[in-house]
Design a protein around this ligand. Structure first.
Ligand SMILES: Cc1cc2nc3c(=O)[nH]c(=O)nc-3n(C[C@H](O)[C@H](O)[C@H](O)COP(=O)(O)O)c2cc1C
Length: 178
């Protein structure tokens, strides 16, 4: 399968990217891509009429993906603008975009005890608005994330096992829809 991995943060110590890297390692035999969302321009209706190459590239990757795995931190009880901006671009044309019916699973992480639960709910609401096919599963929240990621690598065995379970369940979810 071809899986697209979307991160909510892109700094050098990003725990979201570290978690997605661990998932990538679990996906041997599948292809993955982790596009850089932090270099995309802000959504603008004028630009949308003649889309920049970076946006065309992102939409093409979504179109060709069998499924999307999102991993994001919570920012001020919601999601980072960088992820929201990418989803806004890819959500057009409304209700008939490359994200429509696309299988998507959501992982949030935080140090707070609620584990990014509000960000998780917000991503779900957004993907629901876009008519994506949201993976029905136990909510995957990783907390306290600073204790499971060391030097950019997920080192906690229990978290690795949870990621393995969540990823295989998502692959089965995609298979059932084929
Ligand atoms: C602007 C900003 C807002 C944040 N707001 C929250 C929040 O509302 N709830 C929370 O649990 N953590 C919040 N955090 C902490 C991050 O979610 C947390 O450090 C996360 O693990 C960072 O993930 P990353 O390494 O992928 O960037 C915030 C961090 C920043 C920079």
């Amino acid at each position: 399968m071809n899986l697209l991995l979307l991160s909510g943060s892109f700094h050098s110590q990003s725990k979201s990217l570290a978690i997605l890297k661990s998932i990538e390692n679990l996906l041997s035999g599948h292809t993955t891509e982790t596009p850089k969302l932090d270099t995309l321009p802000f959504f603008n209706e004028d630009l949308n009429r003649n889309k920049p190459a970076s946006i065309v590239g992102l939409m093409d990757s979504i179109e060709h993906a069998d499924g999307i795995i999102i991993c994001t931190p919570e920012y001020n009880h919601s999601i980072p603008a960088v992820l929201k901006n990418a989803l806004d671009w890819a959500s057009r044309p409304a209700f008939n975009s490359c994200l429509k019916d696309k299988p998507v699973t959501i992982i949030t992480q935080a140090d707070s005890p609620v584990g990014g639960a509000r960000a998780q709910a917000h991503v779900k609401l957004i993907m629901d608005a876009i008519l994506s096919d949201i993976h029905v599963s136990h909510e995957m929240m990783i907390s306290p994330v600073s204790q499971v990621v060391t030097d950019g690598v997920v080192t906690d065995e229990k978290t690795l096992a949870r990621l393995e379970r969540h990823t295989s369940d998502f692959l089965r979810f995609i298979e059932k829809r084929r």
